[in-house]
Ligand binder design. Sequence first.
Ligand SMILES: C[S@@+](CC[C@H](N)C(=O)[O-])C[C@H]1O[C@@H](n2cnc3c(N)ncnc32)[C@H](O)[C@@H]1O
Length: 206
Amino acid sequence: MHDVSRADYWNALYLAQDTGWDKGRCAPPIERLLAEGHVPAAGRIAVIGCGKGHEAVAAARHGFAVTAIDFAPEAIAAVAANSREAGWALSTELLDLFALPTRFPNCFDAIVEHTCLCAIDPQRRSEYVDAVAAALKPRGVLLGLFYAHHKPAGPPFAITESEVRSSFTSRFEFARLRVAPDSFDHRQGLELEFIARRRDFEPRPS
Ligand SMILES: C[S@@+](CC[C@H](N)C(=O)[O-])C[C@H]1O[C@@H](n2cnc3c(N)ncnc32)[C@H](O)[C@@H]1O
């Protein structure tokens, strides 16, 4: 398996322009989620594994205070250039998302996920859940899309709806988890759209 936990693996893909995941614009379900009012007006949003930043620029255009986070320097250079060109200001951060708890503890009203979880080693999913939970404010919202394609290997590493529930339930409550109705054509039926709120209490015993 490629060492997807290393920034230089991803950076080399950007340098080689081998970025087939990049559709050149914000994914339609994310654009819609940003407009639906799940995040307080002008709230603070992190876009993790932001790549060239189409979702980050869209969030800035929706009026949010955006921090675009990626550990590949080429991605961070691209999002900075794209936001300048689009005329929407945002902050960039060259950071491994597993360092979110120390760099951004309890900081964000929301975190946007788009083709980031599918880029990390599946063995590190519980670490991912803890990292994003720790970077959210109490009752903060994780929203976006999980990739639920049916191929065995990765990246992108697929996740199923039941794996999403079992991986996230200890730290998040799902307000929505469904197949996105408006994915890019070639991802139709393969993306799970979700809105999940950080739990700040232990689930009641049943
Ligand atoms: C498949 S790309 C998707 C990029 C972007 N979300 C998009 O849809 O265009 C995955 C991105 O996640 C970044 N990434 C992977 N693991 C990361 C980590 N541990 N910390 C920060 N960024 C990471 C990669 O550098 C890459 O830019």
